[in-house]
Design a protein around this ligand. Structure first.
Ligand code: GDP
Ligand code: MG
Length: 178
């Protein structure tokens, strides 16, 4: 949950959920380090990274990002991972309908077991592979709208919409009452 030091400085645990290979670790690396490593076949992330951004109203948001090292294969471990998270980013690959199905599963799972005030974002990644697209943008929009989530298509490869993703999440975080 957002655990702010004061109104202008928010801090939040963010988890990424989604099939192995959809680009979760690459999204994190592009956001935190501005890098893309095309050679990595499996997960490339450290288990914990943090990054602070400043919003237009000068609020700072420190994201404490928990990336899995492939444990997403073991759904039973997921509750340990998303416990206490203020933000869940559910990622699928726009070239993989199977990964979109899995995203739908995660939406349900978080609605059942996540914190009630969790901010959820739905991300269609690998938008640069538009020639291989198999999940229409409209399907992402529809799933997100039905579930009150923010939706965006990103490319961790080209960095398209990566900063926008985190800025939009920052804007949607609950602000502490004063
Ligand atoms: P994770 O298992 O969800 O953490 O996925 P990874 O971040 O390890 O990425 C899996 C594979 O997809 C890697 O080979 C990446 O190079 C590739 N990948 C990740 N994001 C993108 C993207 O936006 N575009 C393209 N073309 N490839 C990507
Ligand atoms: Mg990974």
């Amino acid at each position: 949950n957002a655990a702010p030091a004061d109104a202008k400085n928010l801090r939040v645990k963010l988890v990424l959920l989604g099939d192995s290979g959809v680009g979760k670790s690459c999204i994190v690396l592009q956001f935190v380090r501005g890098q893309f490593d095309a050679t990595s076949k499996v997960t490339v992330g450290a288990s914990f990274l943090s990054q602070t951004i400043t919003l237009q109203d000068s609020t700072t948001v420190k994201f404490e990002i928990w990336d899995t090292a492939g444990q997403e294969r073991y759904s039973a471990l997921a509750p340990l991972y998303y416990r206490g998270a203020g933000v869940a980013v559910i990622v699928y690959d726009i070239t993989s309908p199977e990964s979109f199905k899995k995203a739908q599963y995660w939406v349900k799972e978080l609605q059942k077991h996540g914190s009630p005030d969790i901010v959820m974002a739905l991300v269609g990644n690998k938008a640069d592979l538009h020639e291989k697209r198999e999940v229409p943008t409209e399907d992402g929009i529809e799933l997100a709208e039905k579930n009150g989530m923010f939706f965006i298509e990103t490319s961790a490869k080209t960095a398209d919409n990566i900063n926008e993703l985190f800025e939009e999440i920052g804007k949607r975080l609950p602000r502490p009452s004063q």
